[in-house]
Write a protein that binds this ligand. Structure first.
Ligand code: PLP
Length: 426
């Protein structure tokens, strides 16, 4: 077969885009060469429905080894007793857990999407909001912090079966202990989706939700720095409180019903090439060098938030405890939408995403905010001294969003800054 140069030329353009720009999307990172190598390996050829040792296909004895390694390593990494490494994505991991705990029409609490929550935590356009009955809690307008008093009041009023914590755009530590107390008081289960800060948690730099929640889900590709995918963890196995039955009509322990919910509940064959890659990424996260990387991610974010504030930007909640921050543009540039800011920064090779801010006056397509994160630039090797430089570059563009000369000049400096840094600098 002739090499498909058309596609490879496009891939090369994307490689160059990643190499020459400043990547500030909080949910992105650059994986290591070995993580990438496993994803492009022969493991992609294998069907392996089922779990290690219990498959519906022959010839799974080798992929069983990498899947078992991934399970063992992620359990060690987060101190978990149970792990499922098969979810194809974070959203699928969440859908699987919800399908176990909730029946159609059941109530659950999740952080409002417009306040930093994720689609899969109850948005009306996601299966979580279509099948079940979500009730949103919020952040406080004055502090930008999760309003746990509201969460408690809503839990007492609605008696949900599930409370979901975790977010896509929230820069502060969570009070998992308080959430568990609220859940216990109303007989709900607590699920924490740690997709965003998972790498910082793995490095011991933030509280570990596995110690508090009944179930923890995550993606593997954000701060954690693995391949695209999802995982489900539990600190300990326990009886399935709502009597969820497996497709065979049996009521089993939570570990068994969660496994059933992923396969055959949500998915068919697992992506064994991605699972091998997850095993490598978890191994990298267990290496002592990983803590130094995550410490730098956190330091870079803290310094960057301070630099934005020093330039007159409003950072929601006044700073960050993790890898990310949310900027409300309205204070400095009342007329500038997040959409225009994102598009203009992309022209200067600075990749960032527009985001709703809590109590936003604009629509999700336009928005008044930007979400910024440091995992990817830290992998490129940038340290805290580069953060004010990056903020200056962003500020120059946002102050002159229609000035092509300024944008071209910033782009040149962005490319110079990134030129010396390898894509996989670690
Ligand atoms: N959960 C949270 C908190 C997220 O931020 C995201 C993605 O941004 C997801 C789940 C979904 O992950 P995926 O895109 O892999 O489905």
């Amino acid at each position: 077969m002739k090499r498909d140069q058309l596609v490879f030329d496009i891939i090369e353009k994307e490689r160059k885009r990643q190499l020459s720009g400043i990547e500030l999307i909080a949910s992105e990172n650059f994986v290591s060469e070995q993580v990438m190598e496993a994803m492009g390996s022969v493991m992609t050829n294998k069907y392996a429905e089922g779990y290690p040792g219990k498959r519906y296909y022959g010839g799974c004895q080798i992929v069983d080894q990498t899947e078992q390694l991934a399970i063992d390593r992620v359990k060690e990494l987060f101190g978990a007793e149970y792990a499922n490494v098969q979810p194809h994505s974070g959203a699928q991991a969440n859908a699987a857990v919800l399908s176990v705990i909730l029946k159609p029409g059941d109530k659950f609490l999740g952080l409002d999407l417009a306040h930093g929550g994720h689609l899969s935590h109850g948005s009306p356009v996601n299966s979580s909001g279509i099948l079940y009955q979500p009730i949103a809690y919020h952040v406080k307008e004055e502090t930008g912090m999760v309003d746990y008093d509201e969460m408690e009041a809503l839990a007492k009023e609605h008696k949900p079966k599930l409370i979901i914590g975790g977010a896509s755009a929230y820069s502060r530590e969570w009070d998992y202990a308080r959430m568990r107390k609220i859940a216990d008081e109303v007989g709900a289960m607590l699920m924490i989706d740690m997709a965003h800060p998972a790498g910082l948690i793995a490095a011991g730099l933030l509280e570990n939700p596995v110690k508090h929640a009944h179930v923890v889900t995550s993606t593997t590709h954000k701060t954690l720095r693995g391949p695209r995918g999802g995982i489900i963890l539990m600190g300990k196995d326990f009886e399935n409180p709502f009597g969820f039955k497996t497709p065979k009509g049996e009521t089993k322990m939570m570990s068994a019903v969660l496994d059933f919910a992923v396969f055959p509940g949500q998915q068919g064959g697992p992506l064994e090439h991605v699972i091998a890659s997850k095993a490598i990424a978890f191994g990298e996260a267990l290496d002592p060098s990983y803590k130094a990387y995550q410490t730098q991610v956190k330091k870079n974010a803290a310094v960057m938030a301070e630099a934005f504030i020093a330039k007159g930007y409003k950072v929601i909640s006044g700073g960050t405890d993790n890898h990310s921050m949310l900027i409300d543009l309205r204070t400095k540039f009342p007329e500038l939408t997040g959409k225009k800011a994102e598009n203009t920064l992309v022209l200067a090779d600075i990749t960032i995403n527009k985001n709703m801010v809590p109590f936003d006056s604009r629509s999700p397509f336009s928005t008044s905010g930007l979400r910024v994160g440091t995992p990817a630039i830290t992998t490129r090797g940038l340290k805290e001294d580069a953060m004010p430089v990056i903020v200056d570059l962003i500020d120059e563009v946002l102050t002159n969003p229609d000035n092509e000369e300024v944008i071209a000049s910033v782009r040149k400096r962005v490319n110079q800054l990134m030129e010396g840094l390898p894509l996989f600098a670690w």
